[in-house]
Design a protein around this ligand. Structure first.
Ligand SMILES: Nc1nc2c(ncn2[C@@H]2O[C@H](COP(=O)(O)OP(=O)(O)OP(=O)(O)O)[C@@H](O)[C@H]2O)c(=O)[nH]1
Length: 777
């Protein structure tokens, strides 16, 4: 394996060296293919004049550009809408890659993990940095598969804007809705790109309507397609009234001509565009008072006289306010429409300083950054991707991790190009950095310059909070983290090839968890086995794959099991006494608790104390009591699954002096377990939202199959030639569905699955499950 190839002797003073940061050979080949196809692997690059000049454009201009010229953007979409293909085109046109990658050949820069290449889907987000017409664009490629929604959320937090990509023949699909909602939650301004305009069935009108109807967004049509499906050849820029045609002889789409629409040559198109422009002006004027005043005062007689820049500035404001979304179109695969999309990113999406991040006031000019991704590189250890919100990061800088409450040192600072990372001396606010040397920082951690800086920020936040009479813990607000990690719905045991490899497996899992907080690992207390808990079948499969590839461990997975939950149906009381003498110390606890059902939809129990329990007693034992309650609720009496919707009241408590907190916890835990056992119990199973898109001809077999899976169909929509089945289905009945669906529909259907809620099982299904688990059937 080749690693860490170093390109030395870069002439610019501020840059000491350039590294080709390869994770393994295939990456090296892929990157070299673009960087310098004729250079044999492993050669010393210092002897290659021109390499830097040609391939990594103007290195000094990419370090710390003015903040107004930075765009931190992400691409979000439904699976297969074309994120990877679009990203590849973007990298190619911006000059950072030399040839066009193709997802169908497993040859792209951003899908750089081996599994992604093989599966043709984007699993981990790769942050990519490039320049476009004087702007610095940091692009984070977000995954589209529902198993990885946490990845999407985490990436969205660090973006200032996003491009939503749609398949123009499908319009808004299930996953788009999910990510759209996530983007709403983080207030991210967006532009829409209707991709696949070349595809049979592509319809600009249909896709725009579905944005209006399903996303409840106001589309601003900044372009109109010229042709559709087979006849698609370019777009009209509605703002400037120009037509953009891609040269059919150019196979990389680099060359295209931009010409004003003229009455003589394009009377129809000009008429249509003028109408679209007038409608656009009216629409923007309705949403933006400043623009409305301008139009009324100066251009009400003739909209044609309104300069394009004035309209663009107003569209930028409207996009930022998220009262409407600009819509563009093209075909990434056929290399059409990508350059104008990049222009739109720089013109309409905001720079970091235009975003209102409330927490910045607590930090002033001190360093404040969010670690949004951790990767483990065999040679260099953990690589941490960070979004810098304020202050500056430098190599050798000691930083304080607020979440981990620890201080550690950055050894090197890199700019994250897809495959090659450029070492740099410093990076300022608004940028995305890649740091080497941080061993304790995990995904989602807030990074500041020192503990005292964190405390000062917490004090400022608190003072401000007092002013505003806020009730919540203001100190917590200095933490930028807080992506809600969904509860895993699947689990399975994992075993190393031999007992001696157990520590290696533990190390691998620890690293993977730092990268991916949605992966949970626990020990089964009964069997002592390690258990992996994940978000979906694919998630677990990928983890298994990565352990093999990246850590060289051939592990064995037990059967995939659904993560059930349990609850109780009535209130019950229990008492318990623990009396144990260890050495010359007597540990004596007596506790009485009541367990009762609640409607919290949470596995965290509500904990209450009877008034008779003295404050003094609680002061010394509260932590131990609550840890006992939590551990009891982790393993319900029916299946050993977490107990949901339960409140525990501690009614009485006596503790003999000298009793250890461990004994208090143990006694409380046993007592709560006793109460849960006494109650009437119910198993809850994960119920999934399901959306299947299927060609008309295959609808019947799909419906018949879903009926056998306890599926509950809510709606069947028509989308072009396809039917879209929307409903609910219990997770236990949908395992392995992708294979079945492929067989049923000759591969013509796609589906999206997402946790809806946990629902009570009926008694028959519950008994079958319990009998199966206890080995009776
Ligand atoms: N006809 C047509 N096909 C396209 C276009 N863009 C992408 N595709 C095809 O659509 C499929 C999915 O493209 P990707 O770029 O991998 O899509 P993605 O959104 O990155 O997919 P995930 O990472 O799996 O979510 C591939 O077979 C592409 O060749 C396009 O503009 N037109």
């Amino acid at each position: 394996m080749l690693s860490n190839l170093r390109i030395c002797a870069v002439s610019h003073q501020t840059i000491s060296s350039v590294h080709i940061n390869n994770i393994c050979c295939y990456k090296v080949r892929a990157s070299l293919k673009r960087l310098k196809p004729h250079v044999p692997l492993g050669r010393n690059y210092s002897s290659l004049p021109g390499l830097i000049g040609n391939d990594i454009k103007s290195l000094h201009s990419i370090i710390n550009p003015p903040i107004a010229k930075i765009r931190n953007i992400g691409i979000m979409a439904h699976i297969d809408a074309g994120k990877t293909t679009t990203t590849e085109r973007i990298l190619y046109y911006s000059g950072y890659t030399r040839s066009l990658g193709d997802v169908d050949d497993g040859d792209t820069v951003t899908d750089f993990m081996a599994q992604e290449r093989e599966r043709g889907i984007t699993i981990q987000s790769a942050a990519v940095t490039f320049d476009w017409k004087g702007y610095r664009v940091n692009l984070i490629d977000t995954p589209g598969h529902v198993d990885f929604t946490l990845e999407v959320e985490r990436c969205l937090r660090v973006l200032d804007g996003a491009v939503a990509i749609f398949d123009a023949s499908a319009g808004v699909e299930a996953q788009t809705l999910t990510v759209w909602r996530q983007a709403d939650k983080h207030n991210i301004p967006r532009i829409c790109f209707l991709n696949k305009m070349d595809k049979t069935g592509a319809s600009f009108k249909y896709a725009v309507e579905s944005i209006r109807e399903k996303l409840k967004a106001k589309p601003l049509l900044l372009q109109l397609p010229i042709g559709e499906a087979k006849t698609f050849k370019g777009v009209v820029d509605v703002v400037t009234k120009e037509k953009l045609l891609w040269n059919s002889n150019s196979n990389d789409g680099k060359d295209f001509e931009r010409k004003p629409l003229l009455e003589m040559s394009d009377p129809e198109l000009l008429k249509e565009t003028t109408e679209a422009r007038n409608a656009l002006i009216e629409q923007v004027a309705d949403l933006d008072d400043e623009f409305a005043d301008l139009v009324l005062e100066e251009f009400s007689e003739n909209f044609d006289l309104l300069p394009a820049e004035k309209l663009q500035t107003a569209i930028h404001r409207v996009t930022l306010a998220q009262t409407a979304v600009p819509v563009l179109c093209g075909s990434a695969l056929k290399n059409k429409g990508i350059q104008p999309l990049l222009d739109a990113v720089t013109v309409y999406l905001p720079s970091p300083e235009e975003r209102n991040y409330e927490f910045l006031q607590w930090y002033k000019d001190d360093l404040c950054a969010l670690a949004f991704k951790v990767l483990h590189d065999k040679q260099r250890g953990p690589l941490v991707f960070m979004r810098i919100y304020s202050g500056t990061i430098k190599p050798q800088l000691a930083i304080h991790n607020v979440n981990g409450n620890c201080t550690e040192r950055i050894s090197r600072l890199l700019l994250p190009f897809a495959d090659q990372h450029v070492e740099i001396p410093s990076l300022t606010a608004g940028n995305i950095a890649l740091t080497v040397g941080l061993k304790h920082t995990a995904t989602g951690d807030t990074i500041v310059s020192s503990k005292s800086s964190a405390l000062a920020a917490a004090r400022r936040a608190e003072r401000e909070g007092e002013k505003k009479h806020r009730q919540n813990n203001e100190a917590e607000r200095v933490l930028l983290a807080g992506v809600e990690i969904p509860e895993p719905v699947f689990f399975c045991t994992i075993e190393p090839p031999s007992v001696s490899k157990q520590p290696d497996l533990e190390h691998a899992l620890k690293c993977l968890q730092r990268e991916d907080p949605s992966l949970k690992v626990r020990l089964d207390p009964d069997s002592g086995q390690t258990v992996l808990c994940g978000m979906g079948e694919l998630h677990i499969e990928i983890i298994h794959d990565r352990i093999k590839r990246e850590y060289g461990l051939e592990t064995y997975l037990g059967p995939l099991q659904v993560a059930y939950r349990e609850t109780i149906l009535n209130s019950v009381r229990a008492t318990d006494t623990l009396d144990r003498t260890l050495g010359d110390k007597r540990h004596l606890v007596t506790v009485e608790v009541e367990a009762r059902p609640t409607e919290t939809s949470s596995v965290t129990p509500v904990i209450e104390y009877a008034e008779s329990i003295s404050e003094g007693l609680l002061k010394v034992s509260k932590e131990a009591i609550e840890s006992g309650i939590h551990s009891a609720c982790l393993q319900g009496p029916l299946l050993g699954s977490p107990v949901q919707d339960v409140a525990i009241t501690v009614y009485s408590l006596t503790i003999h002096p000298g009793t250890s907190t461990t004994m208090i916890s143990a006694c409380v835990s046993r007592c709560v377990q006793k109460a849960l056992k006494k109650a009437d119990k119910q198993v809850l199973e994960p119920l999934m939202n399901l959306e299947v898109t299927v060609a008309r001809d295959y609808l019947s077999p799909v419906l018949a199959d879903l009926a056998q899976r306890r599926g509950n169909i809510q709606e069947i929509q028509t989308r072009q030639d396809n039917k879209v089945v929307i409903g609910f289905v219990p997770l236990a009945d949908i395992m392995g569905y992708s294979t079945v669906l492929r067989t049923l529909t000759s591969g013509s259907a796609t589906f999206a699955l997402e946790l809806s809620t946990y629902q009570a099982m009926n008694s028959q299904d519950q008994n079958t499950l319990l009998n199966r688990r206890s080995g009776l059937t």
